[in-house]
Design a protein around this ligand. Sequence first.
Ligand code: GRF
Length: 180
Amino acid sequence: MHQNIAVLLSGNGSNLKAIIDKGIKVSFVVSNNSKALGLKIAKNANIPSYTWDNVSELEKEVLKLINEYNVKLLVLAGFMKLLSRNFVTTLPSKFIVNIHPSLLPKYKGMNAIKQALEDCAEYTGVTIHYVDEGIDSGSIIKQYTIKINKNDNLELLKERLQLIEHRFYPDTINSILSMK
Ligand code: GRF
């Protein structure tokens, strides 16, 4: 079961690392940010990477690459730009997945962890969902809940949530691929 995925990212790439470490075959990595640390992770793993800072250009090129590499699933891992309706609807439904650090539909968009803390939420978590043309609005695949501790701050909570992401995102990707 070695189906190809592609990863879109803008930042650190810790989820990319977890995906690679799990043995999932990543055909290529694309970023809108040439300084993204995730590009170094791709390079170290000998995965081709590409950067376009203009999102409509990026989308056009990613569509070509998806065909070229015969990609089965497009994985967003900290990709901070909104994909256009045209891009999302050009691809088959359930072709793009994302991971978000909240229990969607709560705390959509940027600063989801901060929003949960400021809201004094008792629980938060991680959501893995399919991507549609809205912001964090696609259908939910899996959610993992954790309790927010009294001593949690932004850093601590982010760290706890990322541990969950690294554990469950690769597993979920593998199970989606196994159904394709
Ligand atoms: C993750 O926390 C994810 O939930 C959010 O962006 C972050 C990316 O982290 N969508 P990394 O770049 O994988 O370290």
